[in-house]
Design a protein around this ligand. Structure first.
Ligand SMILES: CC(C)(COP(=O)(O)OP(=O)(O)OC[C@H]1O[C@@H](n2cnc3c(N)ncnc32)[C@H](O)[C@@H]1OP(=O)(O)O)[C@@H](O)C(=O)NCCC(=O)NCCS
Length: 171
């Protein structure tokens, strides 16, 4: 029998699962395009236990908390966003277990975040994707996002020139 996948608002039970799924997905996504020290730095800053434990305990307009996809009590996907303007939401993070892509799970998480943002009054939604991320860009395009402009990557340190693409859709 196929196991049930549920998408729910994350709490303390999901902290380690979120850290694990985001870390694995980040490595799988950027292994071919970014150096290991870059990946290590980002994962350490964003997907550590302490940070995620704070992030699951907060839910407000600016950060709506994490949503997780759970199967057999295991976190297989995680995402979250927040409002960046009166009628503008943004997806800040969205990652799946690398072995579970293209089953529709990312769409369910995106829909949960989108419903939350609509309740906050969102009429449009943004996301940043790293240039060259072919595991993310086709997904957002399939969901109606269009490319708007590029800007320097958020994790760049001196001497790095990675580029972030800003994508947009009406919701
Ligand atoms: C992005 C991500 C969260 C999407 O979740 P997912 O569960 O794999 O996506 P879904 O199965 O819900 O949807 C996939 C959609 O994208 C489309 N798609 C995916 N890869 C594609 C490709 N290479 N070319 C064209 N379309 C593609 C599929 O056709 C599908 O659309 P459809 O249902 O209309 O056919 C997931 O793939 C992931 O973790 N990727 C790596 C991490 C990442 O890049 N995250 C985003 C960082 S901003």
């Amino acid at each position: 029998m196929q196991a049930m996948i549920s998408v729910l608002k994350a709490d303390e039970r999901h902290i380690d699962g979120i850290a694990e799924v985001c870390t694995e997905a980040y490595w799988a996504t950027y292994n071919n395009t970014h150096p290991k020290d870059y990946i290590r730095r980002v994962v350490k800053e964003f997907y550590n236990h302490d940070r995620i434990s704070k992030e699951v305990s907060v839910s407000n307009r600016g950060w709506g908390g994490y949503f997780v996809a759970v199967e057999d009590e295991k976190v297989i996907g995680a995402g979250g966003g927040g409002m960046i303007g009166n009628t503008t939401g943004e997806i800040f993070v969205l990652y799946l277990d690398p072995g579970r892509r293209n089953e529709g799970i990312g769409t369910i998480i995106l829909n949960a975040i989108t419903d939350q943002q609509k309740e906050f009054g969102a009429r449009e939604q943004w996301v940043s994707v790293q240039k060259g991320n072919q595991k993310g860009i086709p997904f957002y395009e399939a969901r109606g996002f269009t490319f708007k402009y590029e800007k320097p990557g958020y994790a760049n340190v001196e001497g790095e020139n990675y580029i972030s693409l800003r994508y947009y859709r009406f919701i």
